[in-house]
Ligand binder design. Structure first.
Ligand SMILES: *Cc1c(COP(=O)(O)O)cnc(C)c1O
Length: 387
């Protein structure tokens, strides 16, 4: 290090640090010793049971990712060319792609100022005779206003598919996220709370969809029924593809699910600590902290701050980087992206989506982040904003 950079601390604080419980590779070795490496072995079954017991969904089905769970959901609901699907523009691309792949048009609705979730009051007016489904995204593991969304869906005979990629272990009025709509999806990507590298799950809440979901996930065959002894051979039953992960992935995930409660508690402690440390800066009007409505129990997935302007946001990002602190922004709104303009339609102005997405910074957040590290992050934020 040269003399001019003496004041730059060397203790880098990464934005994310994937947590390992220590049991992942042992379980993967166990899967190998058992000579069952393809999907739907003992570890997959354990993961399915855990998700079903924890969430109350009728059937959990592990997939390669949340993206592929959403792809499977769109297939399962027979979403087709010309259909419309209502979702926020402030989300990850997979929320829209799953439906665009089937030829549907994503209709983007603005978000709420407090939670950054889809504004449930704007959904009804975005519905047309072509609308088939609503896809609420639970941003930062904080639930959308699901009672209102379910009511709208019921009045207009629409399906609800929850993008609960960020919502593992979070709930709305004591109901687990992902298990509230007709279908839900989880992500176990390494950036999420509970991980398997890449990974995800479809949550089937409507019992009438379970058998077809199993078939579509297994290349369109009834292999599941065959292994349960319900049929004497398995054959091609429906359209489908390979959506199931290997036992290696499921074994890794099982080690994480066993510890999901501890991981969530640790992240919530980190989240609450940021919230306390940043309160005085919010009182000075220099930033806004996340807002969690009383009906929502979140899971400490993301800690973000909202700045007063895009210029402030840039100063904070630059300053944190200079101090060796990893921080990122979130999302470039889909309606403003090249593919979003080509495939989708914005409902109204989406002014909150545009304004909020330009002012948001996500701070480092991972299991094991220390109080000293969080203090350093907050000190840097304070110096940038209040000096
Ligand atoms: C992470 C994420 C996804 C994609 O999850 P993968 O498992 O990486 O496919 C989809 N939607 C949202 C809201 C996400 O945060």
């Amino acid at each position: 290090m040269d003399a001019g950079s003496e004041d730059v601390p060397t203790d880098f604080v990464p934005f994310n640090q994937p947590y390992a419980t220590g049991k992942e590779l042992g379980y993967a070795a166990e899967a190998q010793r058992g000579n069952h490496l393809s999907g739907d072995g003992q570890f997959t079954k354990r993961c399915h049971r855990w998700i079903e017991e924890r969430t109350g969904c009728a059937k959990a089905l592990l997939t390669h990712s949340c993206t592929s769970a959403l792809d499977l959901a769109a297939l399962l609901l027979d979403i087709k060319s010309g259909d419309e699907v209502i979702l926020p523009s402030y989300t990850f691309v997979s929320t829209a792609n799953a439906f665009v792949l089937r030829g549907a048009v994503p209709v983007f609705v603005d978000i709420r100022e407090d939670t950054l979730n889809i504004d449930e009051r704007l959904i009804e007016e975005a519905i047309t005779p072509r609308t088939r489904a609503i896809v609420p995204v639970h941003y930062a593991g904080v639930s959308c206003e699901m009672d209102s969304i379910l009511g709208t869906a019921e009045r207009h005979n629409l399906k609800v598919i929850e993008d609960a990629a960020q919502g593992v272990m979070a709930s709305y009025k004591s109901r687990a996220l992902g298990a509230i709509g007709n279908l839900g999806s989880f992500s176990f990507h390494e950036t999420k709370n509970v991980i398997s590298g890449e990974g995800g799950s479809l949550l089937v809440n409507d019992p009438k969809l379970v058998l077809r979901a199993e078939i579509m996930r297994e290349k369109g065959t009834d292999r599941g029924r065959f292994f349960r002894g319900e049929v004497d051979k398995y054959t091609w039953q429906d359209v489908g593809s390979s959506f199931l992960p290997s036992e290696i992935t499921a074994a890794f995930l099982w080690a994480q699910l066993e510890q999901a409660e501890r991981i969530t508690a640790g992240r919530l402690a980190n989240w609450n600590r940021y919230h306390e440390m940043l309160a005085p800066i919010e009182q000075r009007g220099a930033l806004r902290r996340p807002i969690v409505p009383p009906d929502c129990q979140h899971n400490g997935h993301i800690y973000y701050i909202l700045l007063n302007s895009e210029a402030d946001r840039q100063r904070v990002l630059d300053g944190l980087k200079q101090h060796g602190i990893g921080a990122v922004f979130h999302y470039v709104p889909l309606h403003s992206s090249p593919a979003g303009k080509r495939f989708g339609r914005a409902h109204g102005e989406l002014s909150l989506t545009t304004s909020l997405s330009k002012r948001l910074v996500r701070l480092p957040m991972w299991f094991g982040l220390s109080e000293a590290q969080q203090q350093r992050v907050c000190d840097v934020v304070r110096t940038i904003l209040l000096n």
